[in-house]
Design a binder for this molecule. Structure first.
Ligand SMILES: Cc1cc2nc3c(=O)[nH]c(=O)nc-3n(C[C@H](O)[C@H](O)[C@H](O)COP(=O)(O)O)c2cc1C
Length: 194
């Protein structure tokens, strides 16, 4: 039976509207990326967990796999904060830590795991990986939350609002960077002939 991928993608689109900034540290090198894959992963309120899905193409993937730690930050939509939120999004989501240090461009403090906490974020949960699932082109990580803070009582930034405010040249660069990532994912899923 042929799958109606247009229907499938309509069902799946926009399920996770909040972009999150993921940071980690491995071997003394701090790095991070943007993700739209974050979710809650525990029904036990006194033992919360978070989940993220990272593409193997990205440096942060290997760093989280190796270190077993990540911090998931929400971004702020408040008028006075949105510029800093877009700066975080563009810095972490616009290039790879393979090409140089991104983290020193952002204001941080050190979390309990040693990973960097973004001081201009809306809020964060800091996690130690409790389980992971390898799904060919990416890994789904689940983490026990070991620290959390809310810096702002304002709204959290949604991806629709962020796309509308990002500069066109940054979006064009992001689209160009996405191509090799997609090719890498297809090769990992379907083999090198993909
Ligand atoms: C809005 C947005 C959502 C993204 N979602 C994901 C995601 O869920 N998983 C992922 O691995 N990369 C995601 N990316 C791509 C990474 O953030 C991007 O490739 C980053 O440059 C990787 O950096 P690194 O190589 O230093 O880890 C997203 C980027 C943006 C801008």
């Amino acid at each position: 039976m042929t799958v109606d991928n247009d229907a499938a993608n309509r069902v799946l689109a926009g399920l996770r509207p909040f972009p999150v900034a993921i940071t980690t540290i491995d071997g003394g090198f701090a790095n991070g990326l943007m993700s739209l894959s974050a979710g809650a992963a525990s029904i036990i309120p006194e033992a919360p967990r978070a989940t993220i899905s990272l593409t193997k193409y990205n440096k942060t993937h290997d760093m989280v796999l190796n270190s077993g730690i990540f911090v998931m930050h929400m971004l702020s939509a408040a008028d006075e904060d949105v510029e800093a939120s877009l700066e975080i999004l563009m810095t972490l989501g616009g290039s790879s830590g393979r090409d140089g240090d991104k983290m020193s461009k952002l204001r941080t403090k050190t979390g309990v795991t040693g990973a960097p906490i973004l001081l201009d974020a809306h809020s964060y949960v800091e996690c130690r990986v409790s389980g992971s699932l390898d799904v060919q082109e990416s890994t789904i990580f689940v983490g026990d939350i070991v620290a959390a803070e809310v810096f702002s009582e304002g709204q959290r930034l949604r991806i629709g609002e962020a796309w509308g405010k990002l500069p066109a040249d940054w979006v064009a660069q992001y689209d160009a960077n996405h191509e090799p990532q997609l090719a890498n994912a297809r090769a990992r899923r379907f083999g090198e002939q993909a």
